[in-house]
Design a protein around this ligand. Structure first.
Ligand SMILES: Nc1ncnc2c1ncn2[C@@H]1O[C@H](COP(=O)(O)OP(=O)(O)O)[C@@H](O)[C@H]1O
Ligand SMILES: [Mg+2]
Length: 461
């Protein structure tokens, strides 16, 4: 029996070697026979497996989901009608150039059901117990679900599903805290948040004796035992600012299953065979800046290895523009996770007033570019700083600056200020205000002019 194409080792002569290996799928038999003859005549190679094809020919009625999966493997798909319409020559030695890839629509990034949420195909149960510690929706009215945020949320979700503690490493304003809180909001999950610093002691994690109303002292449990009892997430922000001996107290809590002995009190044991069972929904999520930041302690390998670690990427120019479009138009970008394309639903614009400007989109592009230039010049993202070169501390321009500028602008416009003045004032307050010398100010003004954000500053009334 002749071996199927998939295993064939006889390469055709170079001159006649067709460029496309085509798989015919989801087609009616008759259509398939016709298409196969047509393709062979034109030098295409027909293969029986999608995995070895670089073009899929599909039937008209193929379902979107199937088409997505086929495309994810072959990179290209088209219908028989589309291929015929490209009118390739019937000369066997000529390679047919396929029409452009028909890109399937992105899939919905979040699908909300009564008892669970699906995040990029990952099913996450919703917490069924109401808690005042669930982050409220109002915190996320401005959120753009861009590539870095989607990746970070997925990493947290993977840890949560598998019962692993999660650690998020990344620069300041890389959406680490936001990712945790937004996922908790979607899952109706209560979060106890603790900002660690050099003065944090074990008492803040586990509890300490405090004066009792009835006189004397009593032990008051802190975030860890409380969350273990009630099934909350504990968010330990800036974990590497705390002293190592304080953080090491976490080690047994990060084990699977977690345990904790309240040695500070009466030796109550939380966890396996202890006095108090640990709630199933209890999780620990930590965030930290890279150890290169001043004042940060490197996490010990023993501690790091207990976490599912994810590096949250800082937003770049594209993400800054996507944030602005989200704020003004409500649109969410397409993201790629696990080789598939996803998109969050369109949201309510926050600053729709700006969308009415005659050249709103050009303005948003100029603003994103300006912000990106300033942030880079200030050394954000780790590069050499041209702004604030002589300072020991770098200027700090990140998403918070951009969000603040747009909020100021919107406020001024609604108060009836003309756009040009509103923009100059906001740039002056948010960006120039942070600079400590005239030369840096001139440099930032030149950036605003070069990006087309403002007319030359000297023209201002
Ligand atoms: N994807 C996003 N969309 C809108 N705002 C964002 C986004 N990511 C971060 N921000 C904003 O940027 C600021 C810093 O985010 P945060 O999550 O606190 O960063 P980190 O914890 O990494 O330092 C916050 O004001 C937050 O609202
Ligand atoms: Mg944070």
């Amino acid at each position: 029996m002749k071996a199927p194409d998939l295993f064939s080792t006889d390469a055709p002569p170079a001159a006649a070697r067709p460029r496309e290996a085509v798989v015919l799928t989801h087609m009616a038999e008759e259509e398939k026979t016709e298409a196969a003859a047509w393709l062979r005549e034109r030098g295409y190679r027909i293969v029986s497996s999608t995995r070895v094809a670089n073009l899929a020919l599909v039937g008209e009625g193929v379902a979107q989901n199937d088409l997505r999966q086929i495309c994810a493997i072959t990179g290209k798909a088209m219908t028989w009608r589309e291929l015929k319409a490209s009118r390739p020559s019937a000369n066997a030695s000529v390679t047919v150039v396929a029409p452009p890839l028909r890109e399937p629509d992105p899939e919905p990034l979040f699908i909300e059901e009564e008892d669970h949420v699906t995040l990029a195909g990952l099913v996450l149960p919703k917490n069924q117990h109401a808690s005042p510690l669930v982050p409220p929706a109002a915190q996320f009215a401005h959120l753009v679900i861009d590539q870095p945020l989607a990746e970070t949320m997925r990493a947290i979700a993977v840890g949560v599903v598998h019962g692993r503690p999660v650690a998020l490493e990344g620069e300041t304003a890389a959406a680490k805290t936001t990712a945790v809180l937004y996922l908790a909001h979607l899952l109706r999950q209560g979060v106890r948040r603790l900002n660690l610093n050099g003065a944090t002691d074990a008492g803040e994690l586990v509890g300490r004796f405090a004066p009792a109303p009835e006189g004397g002292f009593r032990f008051v449990e802190s975030v860890l035992p409380q969350a273990m009892r009630h099934g909350e997430w504990v968010l330990l922000d800036e974990i590497n600012l705390a002293e190592p001996q304080c953080v090491e107290r976490l080690n047994p809590v990060l084990e699977q299953p977690p345990t904790l002995i309240l040695s500070e009190n009466d030796g109550t044991v939380f966890g396996c065979n202890g006095d108090i069972p640990v709630h199933d929904d209890f999780r620990v999520i930590a965030t930290y800046n890279p150890a290169a930041y001043t004042g940060r302690n490197a996490l010990s390998p023993a501690l790091r290895s207990r976490f599912h670690v994810h590096c949250a990427k800082a937003p770049g120019l594209q993400q800054d523009l996507e944030l602005l479009r989200r704020l003004v138009h409500g649109t969410q970008p397409v993201v790629t996770l696990a080789g598939r394309r996803w998109q969050a639903d369109k949201a309510q614009p926050v600053y729709a007033s700006i969308a009415d400007w005659p050249e709103a989109d050009a303005f948003l592009a100029a603003l994103a570019k300006f912000h990106n230039h300033v942030a880079k010049a200030a050394g954000q993202g780790g590069g050499e700083a041209s702004l604030g070169r002589d300072r020991s501390e770098r200027y700090c321009f990140n998403r918070r600056s951009l969000l603040f500028l747009v909020a100021m602008l919107d406020c001024a416009l609604r108060d009836g200020t003309d756009p040009d003045t509103a923009l100059r004032t906001a740039v002056g307050d948010v960006y120039l205000g942070q600079l400590d010398n005239a030369s840096d100010e001139r440099a930032v003004i030149r950036m605003a002019e070069a990006c087309g954000l403002i007319r030359p500053w000297k023209d201002a009334a």
